[in-house]
Design a protein around this ligand. Structure first.
Ligand SMILES: [Zn+2]
Ligand SMILES: [Zn+2]
Length: 280
């Protein structure tokens, strides 16, 4: 299996180790390519993101590693950038995504409390429920509609290289009553979003983090979504969303097996600035 991972967080954001530790482990694993994707700086307080004043240092450190280990592995400098409609222009200006090798586009924030505090769909279930009750008056349909509308907007406006954890919101299913993947509206929103992806140049990541961190059977995206994607020939890349070096290629074989079962014949990987396809 050609091993490559493009979703990697280090101490520069909410990961646990310094980039070099990941590079050493990636070489030990005989990985072809390792892409770093710090959570991009945001113009409001968020403990998980790379602070803007560290952005240059981040790029320099990755660039040094690129040179230092160029005989053993391909290192890429990317970011995981949040798409937040009202902030995108400002963010784009401060980050300049074109200076990166690639970037993952993800959605973690879809609304704010009256005092302006951003609400994340990605945190604990308690925090999720608070926003669901106070901002959305428990209207799950409104949450779903907004999330996937923003995802489609992200595809057309931000044009990420990779779409990150497409249906991460399902993590909130631990207390079953909120997000129902079998709901007709949910399925319709997913389908409409896949059609937007089909018409774009974006690659969708198959993210293994929920499987190895939370013991979930389902990847992001869920199996039924992967089946639809296979029929639509949407390209997929396997990513671990690693926050420590030991997680770099966790459950990649599991993901490859699921992809084959969903009808995929190949997956893609990025090398030398281009996407290549490899048989599963
Ligand atoms: Zn993270
Ligand atoms: Zn994320």
């Amino acid at each position: 299996m050609i091993l490559a991972n493009y979703h990697t967080h280090t101490k520069f954001c909410d990961g646990l180790e310094m980039p070099k530790t990941y590079v050493r482990e990636a070489i030990r694993l005989n990985m072809k390519t390792l892409g770093f994707s710090a959570h991009a700086p945001l113009p409001f307080h968020c403990p998980c993101t790379l602070p803007i004043e560290k952005y240059e240092e981040y790029k320099n450190v990755i660039s040094q590693l690129k040179n230092e280990f160029s005989d053993s592995i391909e290192i890429l400098c990317g970011l995981e950038i949040d798409y937040i409609p009202d902030l995108w222009k400002e963010l784009e200006g401060s980050i300049v995504p074109s200076s990166l090798d690639y970037f993952v586009g993800s959605i973690h924030f879809i609304d704010t409390y009256p005092d302006g505090t951003r609400w994340t769909i990605d945190g604990s279930n308690e925090r999720f429920r608070k926003g669901w009750e106070e901002i959305f008056a428990k209207d799950s349909s409104a949450v779903i509609t907004k999330l996937f509308k923003y995802t489609r907007e992200m595809i057309s406006v931000m044009k990420p290289s990779i779409i990150g954890h497409f249906d991460k919101i399902k993590v909130q299913n631990s207390k079953k009553c909120i997000i129902d993947e079998n709901d007709g509206l949910y399925r319709a929103e997913v389908l409409e979003t896949l059609q937007a992806i089909e018409a774009s140049d974006c690659v969708v990541e198959v993210n293994t983090r929920g499987v190895y961190r939370r013991n979930e059977a389902e990847l992001y995206p869920s199996f039924w979504i992967l089946e639809l994607m296979a029929k639509m020939n949407i390209p997929v890349v396997i990513n671990s969303d690693a926050h420590r070096a030991s997680e770099l290629v966790n459950h990649f074989e599991y993901a490859a097996d699921k992809l084959r079962k969903a009808g995929f014949k190949s997956r893609v990987y990025l090398t030398g600035g281009e996407w290549f396809s490899v048989k599963l």
